[in-house]
Design a protein around this ligand. Structure first.
Ligand SMILES: Nc1nc(=O)c2c([nH]1)NC[C@@H]1CN(c3ccc(C(=O)N[C@@H](CCC(=O)O)C(=O)O)cc3)CN21
Ligand SMILES: CC(C)C(=O)C(=O)O
Ligand SMILES: [Mg+2]
Length: 272
């Protein structure tokens, strides 16, 4: 059993700040449903992200753009029912906060009221500062997200590494500092140079969680289905696979098909 599991009973935004101060790395994975969240939570995860990646992983969309606030609330409420230890962060979906700060606040309040989630995550920096402030003023903890921000994929056109150029790196560092000043409790950095991520983590006192951002940050996040090897076609360099569930599950399904076809299943002890 992990030491982290013993030292923190129920994770709060405060425990995450303490973890950064104590140099204990933060482990975060996604979940979109009750059964998976139960396993992730029981394993001792610090943060469960109800990611808008549910749009890809659960619904099969090309991008994260189509998922709705109602659908995010459905996923988040399922995850919250399974969670006793992890802090639950819920992505605000595309279109639910970019319009104006009032609609952003309304969306965040719906997430908190209707799903029971503990906090929300928004993609972007200075452009959405007013929305973040307004949500924070309502007492809702906010996690930031900079670097590769999949909700603005059509502005960039590719999923390549972000902030490689000096200008973009400078803007990212400024945005990160702004998010801390506004009062965000943590920040996700996605697919940026490790050296820049290290600089951001060292410049901020709030935890910085990386995905494709190297090891010199305060924690790591992956999509659970990716690290379990269920998403066969997705293999970016930052992904470490801990299982090959795609093959394992295929084998199980093939065995079941065979057992049914050959009349092996069910046997005498599997009937009434
Ligand atoms: N299953 C899944 N895992 C994720 O990590 C994830 C999602 N879905 N959906 C939302 C975003 C999109 N994310 C992405 C998407 C693509 C790359 C990526 O590296 N894609 C290509 C490289 C593209 C390029 O360099 O131009 C790859 O190597 O697979 C990384 C993160 C991360 N998020
Ligand atoms: C990749 C993570 C950070 C995310 O935002 C998601 O899963 O939606
Ligand atoms: Mg997301």
């Amino acid at each position: 059993m992990s030491t982290a599991k013993k030292s923190y009973k129920k994770i709060t935004t405060k425990s995450l700040t303490d973890m950064k101060m104590n140099g204990e790395k933060i482990a975060m994975l996604t979940a979109y449903d009750y059964t998976m969240a139960k396993i992730v939570d029981n394993a001792g995860m610090d943060i469960i992200l109800v990611g808008d990646s549910a749009s890809n992983v659960m619904a099969g969309h090309e991008t994260t753009l189509p998922i709705t606030l109602d659908q995010m609330i459905y996923h988040a409420s399922s995850v919250v029912r399974a969670t006793s230890r992890s802090l639950v962060v819920v992505d605000l979906p595309f279109g639910s906060y970019q319009g104006n700060s009032k609609s952003a606040l309304d969306s965040a309040i719906r997430i908190m009221k209707e799903s029971g989630g503990h906090s929300v995550k928004l993609e972007g920096g200075s452009e959405i500062a007013e929305s973040i402030s307004r949500i924070l003023t309502a007492g809702i903890p906010v996690m930031g997200h900079l670097g590769l921000t999949p909700q603005s994929i059509y502005k960039f056109g590719t999923f390549t590494v972000r902030a490689k150029e000096e200008q973009e790196a400078k803007k990212l560092l400024e945005d990160a500092k702004l998010l801390e000043e506004l009062g965000c409790f943590a920040l996700v950095l996605e697919k940026i140079p490790a050296k820049l991520a290290k600089e951001v983590a060292e410049s901020l006192s709030i935890p910085v969680i990386g995905i494709g951002a190297g090891n010199d940050v305060d924690g790591q996040v992956l999509v659970t289905h990716d690290m379990l090897g269920m998403t066969h076609e997705f293999h970016p360099r930052f992904l470490r696979r801990y299982l090959d569930l795609y093959s394992e599950m295929t084998g199980a399904f093939e065995s079941y098909i065979s057992d049914v076809k050959t009349r092996d299943f069910p046997n005498d002890s599997e009937q009434y």
